[in-house]
Write a protein that binds this ligand. Sequence first.
Ligand SMILES: [Zn+2]
Length: 169
Amino acid sequence: MKEYIITNGCHYISITDTGKIIKTRDLMSATRYALEVDAHRVINSNAEKCKGYHTLLLCNNNSCKKRKIYSSDVKRILYIHANGICAICGKPLQLQEVSLDHYIPLSRGGADDIENLEVTHTSCNRIKSDLLPEELTSELMDILMYQIEKKGCHKLRWNIAKFMLKEFC
Ligand SMILES: [Zn+2]
């Protein structure tokens, strides 16, 4: 199944419960349409309000796979939303290297929806894999502590432990 939204590139059309048309900057609250013709109908019957607006394919379900195929426009929108920062390592990333990660993995019951997507480096996404966000933190901590211990940097290890205690306790 496909999903379309109506946008002018920086605002999105959202239909309220009472049928009122509002413009929002929040992609998540944009009204979604399964058929492009329905989105066009909204634009055509609200020509004045929807001037300069067009339909945009949000995602396209692959018939063979369960997960949605998100359009490159969605990648770009989420990238801008994230200020070009990887959600896992916090470093800047280029639009062309964006990998979409499911914050709560699909295999762990996460929704295949844009609300559950974040932009990441491919390498960071690979590290996170099917871990829940809190599991990733503890996994990385274990790796870090073991690697430090293996290298025999006991002093550094204790400094980090002290720092962590100060920060989180
Ligand atoms: Zn990263």
